[in-house]
Design a protein around this ligand. Sequence first.
Ligand code: FAD
Ligand code: NAP
Ligand code: FMN
Length: 717
Amino acid sequence: MQSARARLLAVVDAYRCDHIGGTIILVLPSNIRIAPALPFLGRMSDESSVPVDGEEAAPFLSNLDFFILSLMAGMAVYWFFFKNKQKEQPTFKKLSVAPLSRSASYDPSFINKMKNSNRNVVVFYGSQTGTGEEFAGRLAKDCAGYGMKGMVADPEECEMEDLSRLTEIDNGLAIFCMATYGEGDPTDNAQEFYEWLQTGDVELNGVKFAVFGLGNKTYEHFNAMGKYVDKRLEELGAERVFEVGSGDDDGNIEEDFVTWREKFWPAVCEHFGVEATGDQVNVRQYTLTEHDDLPAEKVFRGEIARLRSFDNQRPPYDAKNPYLAAVKVNRELHKGGDRSCMHIEFDISGSKIRYEAGDHVAVYPMNDPDSVKAIGKRLGVDLDKIITLTNVDEEASKKHPFPNPCSYRTALLHYMDITSCPRTHILRELAEYAEDEKDKEFLLKLTSATPEGKSLYNEWIIKSHRTILHILEDLPSIAAPIDHICELLPRLQARYYSISSSPKQDPTSIHITAVLVEYETKTNRTIKGVATNWLALMKPAENGAVHRVPIYVRKSQFRLPFKTALPVIMIGPGTGLAPFRGFLQERHYLKTEGKPVGDTILYFGCRKSAEDYIYEDELAEYMKNQTLTKLHLAFSRDQEKKVYVQHLLNQNKEETWKLLEAGGHLYVCGDARNMARDVHDTLMNIIQECGGLDSSRAADYIKKLQNKGRYSCDVWS
Ligand SMILES: Cc1cc2nc3c(=O)[nH]c(=O)nc-3n(C[C@H](O)[C@H](O)[C@H](O)COP(=O)(O)OP(=O)(O)OC[C@H]3O[C@@H](n4cnc5c(N)ncnc54)[C@H](O)[C@@H]3O)c2cc1C
Ligand SMILES: NC(=O)c1ccc[n+]([C@@H]2O[C@H](COP(=O)([O-])OP(=O)(O)OC[C@H]3O[C@@H](n4cnc5c(N)ncnc54)[C@H](OP(=O)(O)O)[C@@H]3O)[C@@H](O)[C@H]2O)c1
Ligand SMILES: Cc1cc2nc3c(=O)[nH]c(=O)nc-3n(C[C@H](O)[C@H](O)[C@H](O)COP(=O)(O)O)c2cc1C
């Protein structure tokens, strides 16, 4: 029997249900959202969002159910009668902050926009961290070289129903750059488009399309979204102009994209009977304005969206309005060795931020000031100059590449990604500024789509991890204007951390467990991870000085079972232990409250027990007070032969199988590249061996566990 909440979720199955700070916002079709809704449901915030088998028996409809259903019926009537009226009103955005750059002439019909500006190619992107958006921009720019005119569009800001009207435009073409996340899910901005595609209530006959998917092979559902969009558009009657591309971020996604694009454009030419015009595609997208007398309060200083938002903090806090959390604790977890792992506690008291064990916290980091100074010095610029960059394309939804006016220093410290490897289009533009012909030739060779060019790019840029600063240092004749570099570099992204605490133990702080990233490159340079090295400096000072970090909480599906008596198996080597520390705090709290708590089994692994066995004392205490039923430890380097968590899991196969059959939940956290896969394979073997199933039935068994939220992964690479 499902809980009241599970039944509520089942009723609203067709709708998306966003949980924000313990309230639930029902998202109705046609972009009509009623918010904030059902605040009385705040009491449910400590429950699993995934209904599970074997939950406690309850009367079919409780008083609460009647209340919920009446309220929903009321809302349905309200929606029905007022829907037209509501359509004229601005919709509520999911993160409750409207996009910064929406112009007054905002028109959700991309077809109208295309017609008004004589464009025939629209490039949509489903992107979380900007790569898909960047590829979309490059494809739109390419159009000029084929006598076409392109436009980039965010599906979240468009009426995607208009896709069927693309046939009204001569040589109309829709390109989709779609990234995949989670369990083969779309990005946030493609969620509604994905749901719309699934409903299938549309005919796209005659619509021409192509898809480039962005993914990472280390994840189980490699490029699921790109593949889905490609297949689904065809099913709906649209005509594929070129085969779907598959970018693999674990390899060299730039090369995958360049290789796909190289064949894509000739296919477009053939399909539409157009020819490459060779028109210049290196055109500036933004115009520069320099300011001499702007008052300081009009100048951005690192805020993510709203000017002065760091001085004047106002909840709710989210991706566009992060909370400046004070660092309460920052201590070393490693006891030896040459690596560092930090336990950090952010103070969220008074912020109204709510979180659950298993959620992620996003941190907006700052680049290393010395690297920023070095870029300024190399380019000979005054970093304190205040500037604005404005899009030359008046139809573009993005008016500025980052919040401005701001100084170049602010742009390079807070807004630009100055440490990742520049992509080929950036190098091509830098080539224009190389004063030495040899440097220019070299840069152009690096960016050429020939096998030689690709291999050179791979060696000289990717494998040597050359950043923009390294390129400027190694090719001293490049005299690029800094404003052009600011236009070209991608945005600095927030870093996610699995929260390693439970609000049940401490609702006023969020803990993270972060390993310091630092490594040497082939050019003998030391690369320091942006966020972790910045966080490493944030030590609460004895004189009371407080460091503050912009953060926001991102809800996840990684949740303990609602029914506390169910057993759980948690597998988290290294920093993969992070969310399980939160789970243990939660289970311990429930025990002390007298709730029935099922078996709690942890598999942890690290290199050496004397060096990187993090939270050793806490785990020992949990064993002592029986919050932990069993603790399996794999110290990989304490003996000659490596011992990993999956080896121990395999040794305990009978126990694992028994717990799974008893309705247990299994969790994996940490490295996606190798560990999560190996654990998955081990689990397959256990299910086959102990359950007597063949491999296809074992795979089905695992699929079912996943669908029921009983096998969850929180992994990254
Ligand atoms: C959902 C999620 C949860 C996460 N949870 C945690 C967590 O709980 N704890 C945690 O520590 N991290 C976690 N991470 C990773 C975290 O978000 C950051 O990626 C990590 O802290 C590095 O950030 P940084 O800015 O310091 O490094 P960056 O400046 O981003 O540099 C990291 C990049 O450097 C490269 N790199 C790193 N090491 C090497 C190497 N040895 N050789 C070559 N290249 C290398 C990789 O390309 C890597 O992406 C999580 C990530 C996700 C997506
Ligand atoms: N994006 C980033 O910048 C970033 C930052 C931090 C971590 N990560 C990822 O997160 C992972 C965890 O990092 P960490 O520093 O916390 O852990 P870690 O200390 O590198 O590894 C933890 C333990 O896992 C073991 N291990 C290695 N390969 C395994 C496998 N295939 N299956 C099971 N166990 C395995 C290690 O053994 P051995 O080392 O002895 O083989 C070690 O004992 C890293 O592997 C990395 O991929 C990424
Ligand atoms: C937390 C996380 C989950 C991911 N899940 C998947 C996945 O399930 N399948 C996949 O193919 N790629 C996955 N990826 C890889 C991304 O799709 C890939 O890095 C892509 O280039 C991101 O594009 P974007 O920058 O436009 O968001 C994941 C990446 C992260 C950080």
